[in-house]
Design a protein around this ligand. Structure first.
Ligand code: NAD
Ligand code: MG
Length: 349
């Protein structure tokens, strides 16, 4: 089965003509959506809390800023771009009670709808436009004339216009320049959580740390172990990004390719597959979501403990020193959750 892709010609901007779009939150995704929509000719208002530091930044960028409740009252479509863990409280207090009848409520990730945390009133359209890339790229790629691919979904079409409006939104942020793919809130939520846990964040971090520890424990120099198990990973991933595993294997030596085939499946093995299936099962049946919601509602103590424990791992200390000597990398130092460019440039996300 080949998925249908939607491009600019499949998304009619007139579906949002004359409508006002409220962007709630001005972080990684929020600033990118608001500015891209604005430059695409959409009437945008940014909704932020009275004390938010982002208010001045959004206003300086030429955007209209209001309190969240007022932005929602003024809007025909409302995109929720506050952190997933904060969405329910913001929705219940300020968004839900102020939505116009027939408004389109949009998300960039399906978590809160799929797990029933947010339950919009019956007459409200509910859709999703989820860029498959970080917010700063959604902005800079758009400015360069391109777009970041995205997923879209329609959870509820109460007005008969939800699908057209969701696609028009995807076009206005640049998504249909690269191609957007239809999904459901269930599929997007489950695959997004599984991807970040198994490969993108969880699996990769654990693999890198364990390989580093194995070399250091065996008496090899930590600096060398850092280059071998973390620094060089980017070079390999760049090859995969351009031409898949085949291009990576074409580029590396035959010895590396042979080791890939004979040792890779011993490291990531059938027992790993069993754990992967278990992780997916716990995402599907809500076990993961319930535990994470509970963790947030009880002060995030375990989250902060795990964060602190990994922050000072030897690979982080060794790596920071080595990267500081490689200014061309535009290295970033992260302390207690704050990212700062080592060279004093504005931090990357
Ligand atoms: P973020 O953490 O970068 O920014 C959230 C913004 O919301 C903050 O900058 C602030 O303006 C506001 N905010 C923070 N806490 C708040 C609170 N308690 N009440 C009200 N406002 C608050 O968030 P993000 O990473 O842009 O994520 C927004 C949505 O986009 C999420 O649903 C996320 O899953 C989704 N998403 C993010 C990315 C990404 O690259 N970061 C990619 C795809 C989808
Ligand atoms: Mg993701």
């Amino acid at each position: 089965m080949t998925a249908r892709m939607y491009y600019d010609n499949d998304a009619d901007p007139r579906a949002l003509a004359g409508q006002t779009v409220a962007i709630i939150g001005y972080g990684s995704q929020g600033h990118a959506h608001a500015l891209n929509l604005h430059e695409s000719g959409v009437n945008v208002v940014v909704g932020l809390a009275a004390g938010s530091k982002s208010r001045a930044i959004a206003a300086e960028a030429g955007l209209r800023v209001m309190d969240v409740a007022d932005a929602v009252k003024a809007a025909d479509a409302v995109m929720i771009l506050v952190p997933d863990t904060a969405q329910k409280a913001v929705y219940d207090a300020e968004v839900g009670p102020n939505l116009k009848p027939g408004a389109l409520l949009l998300f960039a990730h399906g978590f809160n709808i799929h797990f029933g945390r947010i339950d919009p009133a019956p007459g409200i359209d509910v859709g999703m436009v989820a860029p498959k890339g970080p917010g700063h790229l959604v902005r800079t790629v758009f400015q360069a004339g391109g777009g970041v691919p995205a997923l879209f979904a329609v959870h509820r079409d109460a007005t008969g216009t939800a699908r057209a409006r969701t696609l028009a939104y995807a076009r206005a942020i640049g998504g249909t320049r690269a191609g957007v793919l239809e999904t459901t809130f269930k599929e997007e939520t489950e695959t997004d959580l599984f991807g970040e846990q198994s490969v993108l964040c969880g699996g990769t971090s654990a693999l890198v740390k364990m390989a580093f520890e194995t070399l250091v424990e065996a008496g090899y120099q930590p600096e060398l172990a850092y280059f071998e198990t973390m620094h060089e990973l980017k070079l390999i991933v760049d090859l995969m990004y351009r031409g898949g595993l085949n291009f990576m294997r074409f580029s590396v030596s035959d010895t590396a390719e042979w080791g890939d085939y004979v040792s890779g499946p011993r490291i990531i093995n059938e027992s790993t597959r069993g754990i992967m299936r278990q992780v997916l099962h716990e995402i599907q049946d809500g076990t993961f979501a319930n535990a994470w919601i509970e963790e947030n509602e009880t002060g995030r103590h375990e989250f902060e403990r795990l964060r602190a424990q990994d922050r000072d791992h030897q690979i982080e200390q060794v790596g920071a020193d080595l990267r500081a000597q490689m200014a061309f990398l535009n290295p970033v130092v992260v302390t207690a959750g704050q990212a700062q460019a080592a060279a004093g440039k504005p931090g990357a996300h």
